[in-house]
Design a protein around this ligand. Structure first.
Ligand code: HEC
Ligand code: HEC
Length: 157
């Protein structure tokens, strides 16, 4: 485990696109917007803005009424406020997700970070979906994703 972790950190140093880690190891912006936390952290964890580009956030925010099969529509001022917050804290490294996808879990960055996991893990009943970060990252809620904060549920790897 140690060695592979080292290897992936090395690979990451060379290849990693997105995702700024902040000084305290959290991927949360230093001053998370409260409205964003409330509106975007109820159905799933509030995904760190640094995991997608501003362009992708804008596209996502423009289609909240058909949000991955859910209706997450907001009134215009609230949506505008959240969009501004996401844009300001977005990835600036140009990491793009595959084709027209709006998913963090479709980025090359995500695939690389998770390449040690068997694909069957994602569909385990205890995980349900790769988007369910908190199934394995026990402090995802507060934006902490580093290896010390991972507790894999008892699944086949
Ligand atoms: C009504 C519930 C609901 C609300 C509110 C909601 N979402 Fe979602 N969101 C979902 C569902 C359902 C998915 C798909 C999850 C899955 O594939 O397992 C999703 C997926 C996502 C994804 C893609 C995750 C991946 O696979 O990488 C992003 C990004 C996202 N939401 C951002 C937001 C933002 C930003 C807001 C606030 C404006 C928000 N969501 C509010 C239900 C919601
Ligand atoms: C099935 C469990 C699982 C799910 C679900 C999952 N991850 Fe991970 N994640 C892992 C494992 C295991 C690693 C690899 C740790 C290592 O290599 O040391 C990892 C690595 C990471 C890393 C790199 C940590 C580091 O210190 O380098 C980040 C960031 C991350 N995941 C974010 C996410 C986000 C965001 C989501 C949801 C959109 C997510 N993960 C969903 C298990 C998961």
């Amino acid at each position: 485990m140690k060695r592979t972790t080292f290897r992936s950190s090395l690979a990451c140093l060379m290849l990693c696109g997105a995702a700024t880690a902040f000084a305290d190891g959290s991927r949360m912006p230093p001053h998370p917007d409260k409205t964003w936390l409330e509106e975007c952290g109820t159905c799933h964890v509030a995904y760190p803005p640094a995991l997608l580009t501003a362009d992708t956030w804008r596209r996502l925010m423009a289609g909240l009424d058909r949000h991955f099969g859910s209706n997450a529509a907001l009134d215009a001022p609230t949506a505008a406020r959240i969009t501004t917050f996401l844009e300001r804290n977005a990835s600036t490294r140009g990491e793009r997700n595959a084709a027209a996808s709006l998913r963090i879990t479709d980025t090359r960055w995500f695939t690389r970070k998770h390449d040690e996991l068997s694909p069957t893990v994602w569909h385990d009943p205890k995980v349900k979906s790769p988007a369910n970060c908190a199934a394995c990252h026990r402090n995802a809620e507060s934006g902490r994703y580093d290896e010390h904060d991972i507790a894999l549920p008892n699944v086949r790897r």
